[in-house]
Design a protein around this ligand. Structure first.
Ligand SMILES: [Fe+2]
Ligand SMILES: [Fe+2]
Length: 189
């Protein structure tokens, strides 16, 4: 497995400065949330480092990377290929960087769409991506506060924000995002 320094070098070379600052913010926030909720902080940091490892690739490259690995993509997946930087990042992390930890890879994989029944690490990276210190949009302060109080409430709020934002822009809502949101509501404690 690549050293942390080698992973950071790769990210510096392949992402913009702002994206790199974002990644470091997601690492920091994922570690804090891991401490808050009793998850493994090293796994949280590693998942955060790799979560946007494919963000720089264009849609056709993302599609090719995933299909070459043997995964089937739906027409819905291909209609919004930017969302594939999650699964493609997990493939880069596994094949190029030698990361084998399934939990770490899955937390990166599902950070774009979410999924039903997310585990703690997946929730942490999903939320950290949206609330890290350099994020600035209406509602981010509320989401930061909620994330420290109740991660499931924060997750539901995050899906609601995302879905509203996508509708406002007239874009396609991935069905995994709808399923993720509904799963939380159906299984609310
Ligand atoms: Fe991302
Ligand atoms: Fe991100």
């Amino acid at each position: 497995m690549w050293s942390k320094n080698k992973i950071k070098e790769y990210l510096k070379e392949n992402t913009s400065e702002n994206r790199y600052i974002h990644i470091l913010g997601v690492v920091e926030t994922s570690q804090s949330l891991a401490d808050r909720y009793g998850a493994d902080r090293d796994k949280a940091a590693l998942a955060a480092y790799i979560h946007d490892a494919a963000k720089h690739l264009p849609g056709d490259k993302l599609i090719k990377l995933i299909e070459d690995k043997g995964f089937k993509l739906t027409s819905e997946d291909k209609a919004m290929p930017q969302l594939l930087h999650g699964p493609a990042g997990a493939i880069i992390a596994e094949e190029l960087m030698g990361i084998k930890d399934r939990e770490v890879l899955d937390a990166a994989r599902y950070h774009t769409t979410g999924k039903e029944n997310m585990n703690l690490l997946e929730k942490i990276v999903y939320i950290a991506d949206l609330i890290e210190p350099s994020r600035d949009y209406p509602g981010v302060k509320h989401l930061r506060e909620l994330a420290l109080k109740d991660i499931d409430k924060a997750l539901l709020q995050a899906f609601d924000n995302t879905i509203k934002h996508i509708i406002d822009r007239g874009l396609l809502i991935h069905s995994d995002t709808i399923k993720s949101r509904n799963y939380i509501i159906v299984n609310k404690k």
